[in-house]
Write a protein that binds this ligand. Structure first.
Ligand code: GH3
Ligand code: MG
Length: 472
């Protein structure tokens, strides 16, 4: 039985990170402004009691992007093969049904790699003191009592955590050993994405290419380099905001942890350790990264539209401007202002105005490249910075954008409304980013004075003939 849910207001407050709020990478990553919509994921509930299932369902409503499938026992689930592979996120199973599993059945579950959360009875705090990770059943990651509200809340947190783990990419620098196999299995069970590298060079190039890799697990050595040397090398390029490092070693004295931490590891663990200890240490790192992401997003993104904000435009835009000056490449600035926007607010209300802003921001965000900067810099004013555009490319780009906005079908209170915007675009030489944007602003006002819904452009031949691009 399939059910779809909508995120409740209460849940938005409880799980701001679990909502569709884009969590964006920091500084130099000129990311597309709109977060990719994550595919829906499935949670499987196996419990003999319909009322217990209903209680759990009520809680899971809080997590956006999940749907649930219910079964009364594991045999019934086993007959539904499609529920045992993605998009199933995890399986919540009544503990006593898990206890009845034979060794062979456990092995089958291990092979499927699905995280399993046990549902138990009786503990008023909702969780068990004893670690639920028996060595013979590593998928069994948690055991929660769902008879009490604390336990139900913990269950919600646990499922949300597993889902959020799927956003994290972890790079593993570890020699090929059974320990590595153990680590990777734990990471995958918890739904982290893992890349195993075989040299520091490979690690550095992956980190350069993929800024979403923000955690490295570094073992005792790799190739000819020791763990401490690997960490020093990573840290010489990537600071703590960019990359978190968990150091691990299977040998050591009292000073080993100290040397790893001094070299720049965020934390250190010495084998043997339990899967649970490893996971909770890693979670501390993951939570710190999520806080950094949220703070970065709050500081650099516009809350209403998700586009970059004015501060980001000037911070990063100035650096981009300086590099274009050095490379003798022209930078193009475009200013966009919605026409008669006040009238939309006055006629249909502020919320309708906000809807227009979000939808136009969405059009802008989808139109440009990763390396361009698109920002909301005022109420209904947006700025775009791009490099290496040909005159033709500039014209095509902004003219097609104007047409795209003009044809967007808005309808408020049953009344179709046409929204248009005016554009000022230039790549003329300037001494600073501020000056370039002033030029674009001047052209924007010309477009307004000439009747609105038009592009006014001033283009000078590009300084460099290399790599001139037009829009896709
Ligand atoms: P023009 O064609 O000359 O640009 O006219 P306009 O009406 O678009 O410009 P004006 O500057 O007169 O009005 C802009 C309005 O935008 C006034 C302000 O209340 C509204 N506004 C600013 N920020 C927001 C916002 O975040 N949401 C909404 N709904 N309105 C906003
Ligand atoms: Mg306006």
């Amino acid at each position: 039985m399939y059910k779809n849910f909508v995120l409740s207001e209460k849940a938005r407050l409880l799980f701001p990170g679990g909502n569709a709020v884009p969590s964006m990478p920091e500084d130099f990553e000129f990311e597309k402004s709109q977060a990719a919509v994550a595919p829906e994921q499935r949670v499987v509930i196996v419990h003999h009691s319909a009322s217990a299932r209903a209680n759990i369902l009520r809680e899971l409503v809080a997590i956006d992007g999940l749907y649930t499938v219910e079964f009364s026992d594991l045999d019934e689930l086993a007959a539904n093969e499609e529920c045992l592979s993605p998009p199933t996120l995890c399986v919540l199973v009544e503990e006593r049904q898990l206890n009845r599993l034979s060794s062979e059945q456990k092995i089958q579950w291990i092979q499927r790699g699905l995280p399993i959360v046990g549902l138990s009875h009786g503990d008023k705090f909702g969780f068990h003191e004893i670690a639920p990770y028996p060595n013979d059943f590593p998928n069994f990651i948690e055991c929660i009592n769902c008879d009490c509200s604390l336990g139900l809340f913990k269950l919600l947190e646990c499922v949300n955590r597993i889902r959020e783990n799927g956003r994290h990419q972890i790079i593993v620098l570890y020699p090929e050993t059974v320990e590595r196999e153990y680590l990777v299995r734990i990471l995958k069970t918890y739904r982290f994405n893992v890349a195993i590298v075989s040299s520091i060079a490979e690690a550095l190039s992956l980190l350069e290419e993929r800024r979403d890799f923000r955690i490295a697990i570094v073992g005792p050595h790799l190739g000819t380099m020791s763990g401490v040397e690997l960490i020093r090398c990573l840290r010489s390029i990537h600071n703590h905001d960019r990359l978190a490092i968990l150091g691990l070693s299977d040998r050591g004295t009292w000073s080993t942890a100290q040397r790893y931490l001094r070299s720049g590891a965020n934390d250190f663990l010495l084998f043997p350790f339990s899967a649970e200890e490893f996971y909770f240490r890693l979670l501390n790192i993951v939570r710190t990264i999520e806080i950094i992401e949220r703070l970065t997003s709050a500081a650099t993104r516009d809350h209403l539209t998700g586009l970059h904000n004015r501060r980001f435009l000037f911070d990063l835009g100035s650096k981009l401007f300086a590099s274009t000056q050095r490379g003798q490449i022209a930078m193009t600035a475009g200013m966009v202002d919605i026409d008669h926007f006040k009238a939309i607010n006055d006629t249909f209300g502020h919320e309708a105005g906000n809807d227009v802003l979000r939808r136009i921001a969405n059009i802008l965000g989808n139109r440009f490249r990763k390396t361009d900067i698109v920002a909301r810099i005022g109420g209904e004013e947006f700025a775009i910075l791009m490099v290496n555009m040909s005159e033709e490319g500039m014209r095509d780009c902004f003219e097609s954008l104007r047409q795209r906005i003009e044809s967007e079908p808005f309808c408020f209170k049953g009344v179709p409304v046409q929204v248009t915007a005016s554009f000022g675009v230039t790549n003329e030489p300037a001494n600073s980013l501020e000056e370039l944007l002033e030029h674009a602003d001047r052209l924007l006002y010309l477009a307004k004075n000439k009747g609105r819904n038009r592009v006014e452009m001033h283009s000078v031949p590009a300084l460099s003939s290399t790599g001139i691009r037009s829009m896709p």
